[in-house]
Design a protein around this ligand. Sequence first.
Ligand code: AMP
Ligand code: GLY
Length: 405
Amino acid sequence: MKILLLGSGGREHALALSLAPHVEALYAVPGNPGISHIENAECIDGDILNGRAIVEIALHKNVDLVVIGPEAPLVAGVADDLREAGVAVFGPSGAAAKLEGSKAFAKEIMALAEVPTALARICSTREEAEDALQMFPPPYVVKDDGLAAGKGVVVTEDLEKAREHAFECIDAGGSVVIEEFLDGPEVSLLCVCDGKTVIPLEAAQDFKRLKDGGEGPNTGGMGSYSPLPWAPVGLADEVLERVAYPVIRELERQGTPFVGILYCGLALTERGIRVIEFNVRFGDPETQAVLPRLKTPLTEVLYAAATGKLHQLEPLEWDEDAVVAVVLASEGYPGKLTLGVEVSPMEGLIHAGTAWKDDRVVTTGGRVAAVIGKGETVAQAREAAYSAIVPFEGMQYRTDIAAGI
Ligand code: AMP
Ligand code: GLY
């Protein structure tokens, strides 16, 4: 099998590491230095938002499957272009990707499918936002409606800050979702879908805030681990029954079947599970902690999903070992970044925002890389990850990823 993978982040490096051993060739557009190190992988320059260019590469390389990593090409409809050209693709259509592209659309689908989620108001004027902020007690939750790489959400006790973020989004011509605060541990459950059948991967937890103890601004994710030894038994079944299947059926009913990963971001509240958000692709950095544990070849899973055959797949097999991923970020992240800093080699390094400069690896993004540790327990995996870190100039990371688990 030959596979074309789109994207250049840590998620894509993790995907590439899982896919490569089972394929004849793996092409990545544009890929990253970590992917380029994989023996049978080749990185190709290209614009992943340009559907026609991607179709051309897929046909020229004669690939059997395209795997789309990030949300932006999905929302832009690149999967539609590939399907029209007769290429098998793992990733939803532009219409189904709206589930991530618009938080308002996600709320609508959840209402129609009766999926438990935070009560919310969608506001497109300052007056509506002001009203909504009066409706819910603090902490206030204000979300930019569109794609914001995990950084469009403000959760704050401070009414003035909540108002400021709401007005900023509205004044920029967008709308905001203002919603009830959900209290409880968060779980990410990535579900593989082929339009009709849903198969959950093992659950993971992501650490969204920049600083230890959940302080600081929201980020794309500062670390993750899997499995979750504390998660309630039967959680995945409950999510399938109450969340994933109702959503998949509603999308099918609307004529936009969902093929790809339905990422369910959940809060386990005292009143039961609630959806915090949907994403329409593998989570980053959850993927880095989940995929190294999957024993079933990922190629088989993704190809079965892309071709509507998930119901024929044997149950997934998992390694009992735990994996912890600690994200290493640039100075200034998630704000103004200092880039071009040299990164030393590290054991278990998953590249995210890096590039070659001559024969050195330098930083090019906010989240530079993740260090992966494996062990029999989460504590051992954590120890392995932290002891592999080699600092670079200005490096930021959390010291409490998977602590106390
Ligand atoms: P989102 O981009 O919607 O996942 O939001 C990013 C992060 O903000 C989530 O992972 C949560 O930690 C937090 N968050 C979002 N919505 C809520 C909510 N309704 N209640 C509490 N925390 C939230
Ligand atoms: N880790 C959160 C996300 O992938 O959006």
